[in-house]
Design a protein around this ligand. Structure first.
Ligand code: SAM
Length: 287
């Protein structure tokens, strides 16, 4: 089978099936095989890998994955793409297509029944508005996967990677880095898709840690402390945490911050993940 991800092959498939791109499903298909190779290299797929692909489209990336991996399960929401995928991927008997919305799937059962929890790598190029919820679904539900390699808007990639004290650092940076090591695999210009998106993209690799980066007593409290601290960006920690959802008493908060050796005048965006963990663990004694 010819490579799907060339401009001519993609146009041929699209016109053969009279397929219309859906903007609301974020259908921008990759038409550059170099980019596909780079994504597969960045995902470190080997012949022992089990791959869960989200949003295969017409199968451009799926084909490359199927050529290397042991097994590929691809979840596609758009029913109109299913007959197309049956044809474009007919030569790959290690590939299975599931016609479902990934956000509604029980990912634990899927991995348990069709993939391998020690070797599953998630790969996806999705509509950008659902990429963060999908990543967080995998991480918060502790779905057992090794790594997530996903195309996202470049600015969101910068936020996921950002370190404390930088302009991009926020609750998303803490949440992702709590669970993963984050690295950029490559930056991708709009010209390698049809139709072309308006924004620059990045492919990032999230290497899921075997245990979270920091030890926290109560995860829900840790994440609420982070949210409250970033909720009012120009406020000091003392003001942000006493007026946020947690409504912590100011005197108790002053004492707790002092115990942690954290200056109450600092702002949330200057705290490292380790400091957030220390603070939430100390707060868990009084809340
Ligand atoms: N992987 C292909 C490529 O790189 O050319 C297609 C990428 S396209 C940006 C996104 C794909 O995700 C589309 O095929 C779209 O129908 C699918 N999709 C959108 N929302 C989805 C969801 N909630 N669950 C599963 N697939 C979804």
């Amino acid at each position: 089978m010819d490579k799907i991800a060339s401009p001519s092959k993609t146009k041929e498939i699209v016109s053969k099936y009279g397929f219309h791109f859906s903007k609301s499903l974020g259908q921008n298909f990759l038409i550059d095989n170099n980019i596909i190779d780079k994504i597969i290299n960045g995902a470190r797929i080997t012949e022992n890998s089990y791959v869960l692909e989200i949003g295969p489209g017409i199968g451009s990336l799926t084909q490359g994955l199927a050529e290397v991996a042991k097994k590929v399960v691809a979840v596609e929401i758009d029913q109109k793409l299913i007959p197309i995928l049956s044809e474009t991927l007919k030569d790959y008997n290690n590939t299975e297509i599931i016609n479902k919305d990934v956000l509604k799937l029980d990912l634990h059962s899927l991995i348990n029944e069709k993939l391998d929890d020690k070797e599953t790598i998630v790969v996806g190029n999705l509509p950008y508005y659902i990429t963060t919820p999908i990543i967080m679904k995998f991480l918060e539900e502790k779905v057992p996967v090794k790594a997530i390699i996903i195309m996202i808007q470049k600015e969101v990639a910068e936020r996921m990677k950002a370190k404390a004290g930088t302009k991009d650092y926020g609750a998303l940076s803490v949440a992702v880095q709590y669970y993963c090591n984050v690295e950029t695999v490559l930056n991708v210009p709009p010209s390698v898709f049809i139709p072309q998106p308006k924004v620059e993209s990045s492919v990032i690799r999230l290497e899921v840690l075997t245990k979270p980066r920091v030890a926290v007593e109560r995860e829900e409290l840790f994440f609420q402390v982070v949210k409250d601290s970033f909720g009012k960006r120009r406020k000091t920690l003392l003001n942000a945490l006493s007026s946020g959802k947690l409504q912590i008493n100011k005197e108790l908060l002053k004492e707790t911050l002092a115990t942690c050796g954290i200056d109450e005048k600092r702002r949330g965006e200057t705290l490292s993940i380790e400091e957030f963990a220390q603070l939430s663990n100390e707060l868990s004694k009084i809340l």
